[in-house]
Design a protein around this ligand. Structure first.
Ligand code: SF4
Ligand code: SF4
Length: 442
């Protein structure tokens, strides 16, 4: 059977062989835990603890501010040491709560939860909101908001994004392989929030073992479908995924709900299941520490707030001086200059690349080969967009639909002239998004 996919895209070096057979290993934090108040899209949370307070794992330490926001929970027991600005992976300084870990891992007593069948939709969504769950694939959009569309009866598919198309990353793969029941539990709960929805497990065909396992597990469940996707980057980008699974197209000003879909990441759905069945907040996630510069690339179960440098140490440290350290994977991630930063709800990986894995070629002039056009999954002309940016021509950038770019990096990847196409387009998009936001405020 033909595999589901989209037009365009690329086939970068996968790099997944480094960690795909490494079972998830739990790592307990050694040093202080740092909890940034902004680990999500929307208003930052506000601390509700003070310096000197003793906190328990699972205790709420910061309250959400408004509808599009999310609370933050302590993931260890200990003492609040400081509330101050700390550096995060993006390099920004963000207001954070710092907890000195007492090493006892004492946990709060979670309130008893009603059996699933007795909970109303509203109660389930409130539990998801209260648990502080956000899109853990990187976007960080509060999940309760995503699961509360204006017209719930029009939602036909909840798509579990199991594609993990980003090179090097295997945290979702290991989660699916080791805890398939937890993913299915979360997906079934999400599907149950909508009267007309079915669930889709959308998995790339480089994970055939997981595809076969889920097919067997949902054989008698007509509400859950397994869709086999062609392994191609960026198959997991929301718009590509929706197209591959349903044939429906949306643009940058539309939401997946406009195509009758909601897309959720693997770990996000696992967290949804735990919040609704156990009343547990979001406290952990799976993180891949990888790249040829790492001694022993691994998949770790991590308490959110743990320092990345500790994870690198747990993975045996650096084998060789990394030429580039990336938060996330090489296509959508971004280079960082300091590993002494906390893991957050959206932290999926740290990829440490050697000289041989990084291309150092300087950009040259465009040779009009059109390879970037062929690769672009949004059917754009990246070379024209980059030209518009170089000429500071905002009007042309908008006319050429620059705002439809999903910043996937395919154009830069294929460009023989090594032009920094994505970087340039991303920069202009940021300026335009800032202008839109300022105009909306007026
Ligand atoms: S223009 Fe944007 S969407 Fe198209 S390939 Fe480049 S980064 Fe991806
Ligand atoms: S791929 Fe690079 S060289 Fe080829 S047309 Fe696009 S920008 Fe020019």
């Amino acid at each position: 059977m033909a595999k589901l996919t989209f037009k365009g895209g690329i086939h970068p070096h996968e790099g997944k062989e480094l960690t795909k057979d490494k079972p998830i290993r739990e790592v307990l934090p050694k040093g202080d835990l740092v909890y940034p108040m902004s680990q999500h899209i929307g208003a930052p949370a506000t601390p509700i603890v003070a310096v000197g307070d003793h906190v328990l794992a699972g205790q709420k330490i910061a309250e959400a501010q408004g509808f599009v926001s999310a609370p933050v929970y302590a993931t260890v027991s200990g003492t609040v040491k400081a509330i101050e600005k700390r550096r995060v992976v993006t390099g920004n300084l963000v207001e954070s709560i710092i907890v000195e870990n007492d090493g006892n891992y004492e946990e709060v007593e979670y309130p008893a939860v009603k059996p699933l069948e007795e909970l109303t939709t509203e109660e389930k969504i409130n539990m998801i909101r209260e648990a502080g769950i956000v899109g853990m694939g990187g976007a960080g959009f509060p999940t309760a908001v995503k699961l509360s569309p204006k017209e719930p009866e029009k939602i036909e598919y909840i798509i579990a994004n199991c594609s993990e198309c980003e090179p090097y990353l295997t945290s979702d793969y290991r989660r699916m392989k080791e805890n398939p029941d937890l993913l299915l539990q979360g997906l079934r709960i999400a599907v149950g929030l909508f009267p007309n929805a079915k669930g889709i497990l959308a998995i790339e065909d480089n994970k055939q073992d997981v595809i076969d396992m889920f097919k067997e597990m949902v054989r008698d469940d007509d509400k859950i479908l397994v869709k086999e996707l062609m392994t191609k980057y960026p198959e997991g980008a929301e718009r590509m995924l929706i197209y591959a699974c349903t044939g429906r197209e949306i643009n940058s000003s539309q939401l997946p709900a406009d195509a009758g879909c909601i897309v959720d990441n693997v770990d996000t759905l696992v967290a949804v299941g735990r919040a609704v069945t156990e009343g547990k907040p979001l406290m952990e996630r799976i993180v891949t520490i990888t790249g040829e510069a790492i001694n022993d690339p691994c998949n770790f179960k991590v308490r959110i707030g743990t320092n990345y440098a500790e994870l690198i140490e747990e993975a045996g440290g650096f084998k060789t001086e990394p030429a580039k350290i990336i938060s996330g994977g090489p296509m959508m991630g971004f280079a960082i200059f300091d590993t002494n930063v906390p893991t957050t709800k959206t932290a999926s990986a740290m990829t440490c690349l050697t000289d041989a894995e990084v291309e150092w070629l300087a950009p040259t002039a465009c040779i009009n080969c059109a390879k970037c056009v062929e690769a672009c999954p949004e059917h754009l002309v990246p070379k024209n967009l980059a030209d518009a940016v170089e000429n500071d021509d905002e009007e042309r950038f908008l006319k050429e639909y620059g705002m439809e770019c999903c910043e996937c990096g395919c154009c830069s990847f294929v460009c023989p002239a090594k032009r920094h196409l994505t970087q340039q387009i991303k920069g202009m998009r940021k300026i335009q998004l800032g202008k839109r936001a300022a105009a909306a405020k007026k």
